[in-house]
Each structure stands twice: as C-alpha cells, then as structure tokens.
Design a protein around this ligand. Structure first.
Ligand SMILES: *Cc1c(COP(=O)(O)O)cnc(C)c1O
Length: 437
C-alpha cells in the first residue's frame, strides 16, 4: 500500500471509509469485551465538542483539568479514601497505563526503603495471581521479577496463604484483582490484607497492596457494598480502574489513585512549563484526548450512585439468568454463575474428555452467527482447563439474551446431529487467549 499521491473530496473519502467500517463486527454482539459499547447521545455530543481538547494542556483547558481533578476526588470518595479531598490520583488512557504507574510507585517506594536501610535494591519482585497481561508487561518493561501464584485444581484465584508464602524483603507489593479477567471473580482483598498484617507483626515485613479494580472498581461499590476491598483497608495503597469498562465512559480513560500523598513518590512527578504554566505530570503519555474524561464526569453527574447501581444490577441479573439457562443445557459446567463478581458468567465442558465438540468449536459456531463468545485456556498451571465466557454490559438486553440462548441451543442441536470434525485444537494448550479484552 503506497502513501496516496493526490487529494480526494472529503465526502468521497468519508463514504469509502464508512462502508469499510460497516464490515467490522457488531459491538452489541461482542460479549468478549469489558469495554463500553453503548453511549447516550449526550455523550456522543460531548465527545464531538471536545475533540480538540488535549488533556496535557491544563493551562489552555483549565475547565477540563478541573473536571479531571473532580473525578479523582469523587472516586476517592467512592473508594472510601480516608481523606477524599486530598487523595492524589490521575486519569490515564486505561487500566494498563494506570497499572504501570501503580507498579512504578510501588517500586520506587520499596527502593527508597531499601536504600534508607542500606540494603541491596537490585532484585525487586511483585506477587500476583492470574493477572491481566498489563502486569506481565509492567514486570518485563520495568525489570521486576513476577511471582505469579499459579492456579491449582479448583483454586483459580489468589489466596492469603499463597501470597504470604512468597513474600520477602524484595517484594515491592501484591497485586490483588477485583474481577479477574479469566473467570470474572473477585480476589479476597481483605483476607490478603489481614494475612499481610500478621506477617508484618511477626517479621516486620511491610508489603503494600495495589488493587487492580479495572472492572471491580466501578462494580463493587454499587453491587457489593459489603465487600471491603478499598482504602478502608490501610494496606491498600493504590487502586486502578478502567473508566471505559464498567465506568461506562467512552474508550480511552482509566484512573489511578493513591491512598495518601506519600504513597506516590514525588520523584515520579515531572513539572513541565512549556505549555504556558507550571504543570505537574505523572503519566506515560504526554498529549491525550480530554473527551473521555469529560464524559466520565458526565456519567458521574448523570447517574450518581443510584444510577450506577441500577445499571450494574440489571447487568448482574442478566448474567445470573444466563448462567441458570446455560447450566440447564446439560453439557456445560458453570464455573462462575454471575454471583459476587463481574456481571457475566463462564463455564467449562461438563465432560471435557468425552465431549464430541470443544468450546473453541462452540465459539466458532456462535461467531458465524455474529456472536463473539470467546473460549480460552487458563494461565499457569491450569492450561488444561478451557473456559468460555460472557460479559454482560450496559446495552445488553433480556431480548438479546434470549436470542443468544436460541443460537446456542441451535449450535448444540447441530453438533448432536453432525458432530464436528475431530478437533484440530483440542481443549488444551494456550492457543487462543481472548480473555483480557
Ligand atoms: C481490562 C483489564 C486491564 C487492562 O485495562 P485497559 O483499560 O484495557 O488498559 C487490567 N486489569 C484487569 C483486571 C482488566 O480487566
């Protein structure tokens, strides 16, 4: 493909690209993604109105900067920060960037403690469970040993025991995920915090927790207010969440918050003066669009706690409904039934060894009918376990759920009549990983 030589009329080019995009998948039938695919018209208008706003340019767009700051304080309040008004935090392009920033703060704080004690600082490690790929990236990009607690048998999450047994003086922190991408379940933040409190009392090791609340940060406060996972736990020093997942904002916004000012090392903050004012910045990107943040603010004002709770409850209910119906089909075993974690469900084959079809084949057949319902294998040491997952997001309706069930029953009936060819890809091995989207 050559770089074009001449000019074309705008309308012509628009039509050309518009037609090209029509052939993309239909986002309403994409049950794989965690991200926002439905927006109110007001959000679309605000996005269009703020297309020229650059988040970094706080001097030129002080109102946008103030909106970002207000979102940080509202989130600090939502996540029970001891001092919501002075909590420090920032917007990011998503949870991945927020995870890099959270991880860097853990590493810097650990290094400062080690230097002060005259101890070596060359072998930092981070303890994680079945994390999203961003934490593997963080560890590789920033030279931190990843101590990944493998899944074991029926245990698909991090536990307090497994965490504590891996902690040492080089542990910069523990990442606990509120809403694991593979299974949608919450990891037990409070139990892990309590175990780390005991570890500190016994050994002096003080290991901080970062909560990856990419999804859960915008779910637990509304769906499971009784779950204590946030800044109510003094050991939780930082939290990230994706505004563009259950925060319901358009694509391109995440959040990173630190419990108290000293939890974010000052050395990581740069002061830049070349945009007209003196601006502190803590981010991997420089220029970045402001519209998503403005729309996040719109959602906070528009929905409030009650609106978010209503929407998330409706999604959770549909997830439980689908789990009930899909469980009844007889050939699947429900792994997560939509209760207590992210709205949605996941299942495995009831008898993987005897099934005439694989979940990959179910996924392919549904795909041919327009539905994206991914099948993927689990991470270390349950690579043998293949799961299929549905995420229920805002915009998914009961009628769509019924349509999907009809299609799934049709696929199974077809498989019963004409069993598919012997699977080229049996339900084992890390071939497809669609889990992290
Ligand atoms: C989606 C997700 C991420 C990455 O977030 P982005 O906003 O897509 O960058 C990180 N952690 C978890 C648990 C996730 O679900």
């Amino acid at each position: 493909m050559r770089f074009p030589t001449g000019e074309l009329a705008p309308g012509l080019v628009y039509d050309h690209i518009h037609k090209q995009l029509v052939l993309d998948g239909n986002s309403q039938q994409n049950l794989a993604t965690f991200c926002t695919t439905w927006m109110e018209p007001e959000v679309e208008r605000l996005m269009a109105e703020s297309a020229d706003k650059n988040m970094i340019d706080k001097d030129e767009y002080p109102q946008t900067a103030a909106i970002e700051e207000q979102c940080v304080h509202m989130l600090a309040d939502l996540w029970n920060s001891p001092e919501a008004a002075t909590t420090i935090g920032c917007s990011t392009t998503g949870s991945s960037e927020a995870a890099m920033l959270g991880g860097l703060a853990l590493k810097w704080n650990w290094r400062k403690r080690r230097q002060a004690a005259g101890r070596p600082t060359n072998r930092p490690n981070l303890i994680v469970g079945p994390v999203q790929v961003c934490w593997h990236k963080f560890c590789r990009y920033f030279d931190v040993e990843i101590r990944e607690v493998p899944m074991q048998g029926e245990r698909l999450l991090l536990t307090a025991e497994e965490v504590v047994s891996r902690c040492d003086e080089n542990t910069i922190g523990v990442v606990v995920t509120l809403g694991v991408t593979f299974t949608l379940q919450y990891e037990p933040v409070a139990a892990i915090a309590a175990a780390l409190d005991r570890l500190q009392a016994e050994t002096g090791l003080d290991v901080p927790i970062h909560v990856d609340g990419a999804s859960g940060g915008f779910l637990a406060p509304f769906l499971q207010p009784e779950v204590v996972w946030d800044f109510r736990l003094p050991r939780v020093k930082s939290i990230n969440a994706s505004g563009h997942k259950f925060g319901l904002a358009p694509l391109g916004v995440g959040w990173a918050l630190w419990r108290e000012r000293h939890d974010l090392p000052q050395e990581l903050i740069f002061d830049v003066n070349y945009l007209g004012g003196n601006m502190p910045t803590f981010a991997l990107n420089f220029s970045r669009p402001g519209g998503e943040i403005i729309c996040q603010y719109y959602n906070f004002l528009r929905l409030g706690r009650e609106g978010y709770a209503r929407i998330q409850r409706e999604c959770a209910e549909l997830g439980r409904y689908l789990a009930g119906e899909i469980g009844k089909l007889g050939v699947f075993r429900i792994v997560y039934d939509g209760e207590g974690g992210i709205p949605g469900l996941c299942w495995q084959l009831a008898e993987p060894g005897k099934s005439p079809f694989t979940l990959y084949q179910v996924a392919d057949a549904l795909r041919e009918r327009g539905w994206l319902v991914p099948a993927y294998s689990m991470p270390a040491e349950r690579e043998d376990l293949v799961i299929q997952r549905i995420l229920v997001r805002h915009g998914f309706t009961r009628a769509m759920a019924e349509e999907l069930l009809r299609e799934l029953r049709a696929v199974l009936a077809e498989f019963a009549k004409n069993p598919p060819q012997v699977a080229a890809v049996p339900d084992s091995g890390a071939i497809h990983d669609h889990s992290g989207r």
